[in-house]
Design a protein around this ligand. Structure first.
Ligand code: GUN
Ligand code: ZN
Length: 438
C-alpha cells in the first residue's frame, strides 16, 4: 500500500484569502520543565478560533468571527502547530523495516544500494513527491531532510516543497569515501553543486539549504574542511549530520580521526558545530561534547524509533542540557509519525528510569524545534503572525482509544494518552500556509 492511499490529497482548492478555523488549540509559550505535568508553559484554548489571512495567523479568539470569514469547524478536535521533523531521509522510504542489522551493516546492506537509484532525476522527483506527501499525511509540515549525494535529489525536494508551500531545509549529501560507486562525490564537484543549489534555492519561498555531511566516516578531512568553509561563508546556512549514534561507529571514527578528542570534535575542528547545526542522535556523547553543543547553541535531533529499531542506544534526554528536537530518522526509524516517535521516546526514557511528559515531547516537535532552528517567529506555534501550518487531530481513533480518552481526568493525562496512541490515522486535516493539503 502506498502512503498516499491513506489520505485524500486535495492539492487544490484555492482556499479563501481569509478564513477561520475552530477547535481545541494547543501550543506552548515557553519550554516546559523536565517532568513537569502541570503545564504552565502550555497554552490550551478549548473551542477557540484561529483567524487566517494570506497564509498567516491574524487572530486567536474565543468568539466566532463575523460572517465575512469563511469557516472550517473542527469543534471537538485537537489543533496543533504542524510538526517539525528535524532529521529524516527522503530516499529511505523503501528501506524502512529492513531486518537484522545495526547501523554500519544496515547502511551497507540496505541503505547505500537503495540510494543509488536517486541518480536518476525521474526517480528523485517521484521519491520526493511520495516523501513530501507522506510527511504531510503524518502531520509534519516542516522538516530537515537528507537527500542523497546526487544534486538532482536535492533539487527534487526543493521543487516539491515549493509546490506544496512547505518549510523545508535540505541539501545534497557530502560523501567522498567509504561508500559504493555511484554514491561518492569529490571535493571540487561537491562544492560546485552546493554553491549552485544555495544560489538557486536558499532563502527562496520557505526553503533553506543545509550543508549535509552524511557522517564523519564518509567524508575525507578535505571535504569536511570544505563543508566548514561553506558554513563560514554564509551564517544563514544550516548544517546537518549524524553524530555518536552507534558504538561501532564511534570506534570507527576514533580510528579514522586519531587527532580528534571525540566524534563531535571532528566536526568542531572544521567549524561545523554552530547554532544552525542539527546533529542527529547524540547517544554516545560525553560531558564535554554536551557542553560544547549547548555553548554553540546547536541542537540534537533525537530519533527514538530509529534508536530502538537499530539497537543504537538510549538517549539521555533529561541530562542533555542542550536543545533537543524530535525526529523520525526514516528509514532507520520505522514511522514518519511524530506522535509514534513521542511514544517511543517515552519508552526510551522509561528504560533509563526517567519520565518524559507529553509537554516536553510535544514542545520538542513544535516550538522547541522551531526555536532551535531560529524559525520561532515563523513556525512551531499558533500565535498571531506565524504561518498557518496547522494540523487537526482526532483525540481518539477506535473504541479503545476513545474509551481511554473519555476516562482522562486532566489535560496532561488526555494529551499523553493521545501522544501514546495516535498516529497518522488520527490526522483529520493538515493546512500548510493556510492551504489545505490533506
Ligand atoms: N549514519 C550515516 N548515515 C546514516 C543514515 O542514513 N541513517 C542513520 N540512522 N544513521 C546514519
Ligand atoms: Zn539519519
Amino acid at each position: 500500500m502506498s502512503f498516499t492511499n491513506q489520505k485524500n490529497f486535495a492539492h487544490t482548492p484555492t482556499e479563501p484569502r481569509r478564513w477561520a478555523l475552530r477547535g481545541d488549540l494547543l501550543d506552548f509559550t515557553a519550554a516546559p520543565g523536565w517532568g513537569d505535568t502541570t503545564a504552565a508553559a502550555v497554552r490550551f484554548d478549548r473551542d477557540h478560533w484561529l483567524l487566517i489571512e494570506d497564509g498567516r495567523i491574524v487572530g486567536r479568539q474565543a468568539q466566532a468571527p463575523d460572517a465575512s470569514w469563511a469557516r472550517k469547524d473542527h469543534a471537538g478536535q485537537l489543533v496543533l502547530p504542524g510538526f517539525i521533523d528535524t532529521h529524516v531521509h527522503c530516499p529511505q522510504l523503501e528501506v524502512i523495516a529492513s531486518y537484522g542489522t545495526e547501523l554500519l551493516d544496515w547502511l551497507e546492506r540496505y541503505t547505500f544500494p537503495s540510494e543509488c537509484a536517486f541518480a536518476d532525476p525521474a526517480r528523485s522527483r517521484a521519491g520526493a513527491e511520495l516523501f513530501l506527501d507522506a510527511l504531510l499525511a503524518s502531520g509534519t509540515t516542516s522538516a530537515v531532510v537528507f537527500a542523497t549525494v546526487h544534486k538532482t535529489s536535492a533539487e527534487a525536494l526543493f521543487q516539491g516543497a515549493m509546490t506544496r508551500g512547505m518549510r523545508l531545509i535540505t541539501g545534497k549529501v557530502l560523501m567522498d569515501r567509504h561508500a559504493p560507486d555511484g554514491l561518492r562525490d569529490d571535493v571540487t564537484q561537491a562544492e560546485r553543486d552546493c554553491v549552485d543549489l544555495i544560489q538557486r534555492f536558499h532563502g527562496q519561498a520557505r526553503l533553506s539549504y543545509a550543508v549535509t555531511v552524511r557522517f564523519a566516516p564518509t567524508s575525507t578531512p578535505e571535504q569536511l574542511a570544505m563543508a566548514g568553509a561553506l558554513c563560514r561563508s554564509d551564517a544563514s546556512l544550516y548544517m546537518q549530520t549524524h553524530v555518536a549514534e552507534n558504538r561501532a561507529e564511534v570506534e570507527w571514527v576514533a580510528r579514522l580521526f586519531p587527532e580528534a578528542r571525540s566524534y563531535l570534535d571532528v566536526y568542531e575542528r572544521v567549524g561545523l558545530v554552530h547554532e544552525r547545526a542539527v546533529l542527529a542522535h547524540g547517544i554516545w556523547l560525553d560531558d564535554a561534547d554536551k557542553r560544547l553543543i549547548a555553548e554553540r547553541g546547536a541542537q540534537v535531533a533525537h530519533c527514538p524509533s530509529s534508536n530502538l529499531f537499530l539497537g543504537s542506544g538510549l538517549f539521555d534526554w533529561s541530562g542533555a542540557g542542550f536543545n533537543v528536537s524530535l525526529a523520525s530518522d526514516v528509514g532507520g526509524g520505522t514511522s514518519l509519525s511524530l506522535p509514534r516517535n513521542m511514544g517511543d521516546a517515552y519508552k526510551i526514557q522509561a528504560l533509563r528510569g526517567q519520565r518524559l511528559t507529553a509537554w516536553t515531547a510535544l514542545h520538542a516537535a513544535t516550538r522547541g524545534a522551531a526555536e532551535a532552528l531560529q524559525l520561532g517567529d515563523e513556525i512551531g506555534g499558533l500565535s498571531v503572525g506565524q504561518a498557518a501550518d496547522l494540523c487537526v487531530w482526532d483525540w481518539a481513533q477506535g473504541p479503545v482509544a476513545q474509551a481511554r480518552d473519555a476516562a482522562a481526568r486532566e489535560l496532561h493525562e488526555r494529551v499523553f494518552a493521545w501522544m501514546t496512541l495516535a498516529d497518522e490515522r488520527n490526522l483529520a486535516a493538515c493546512y500548510v500556509a493556510g492551504r489545505q493539503r490533506v
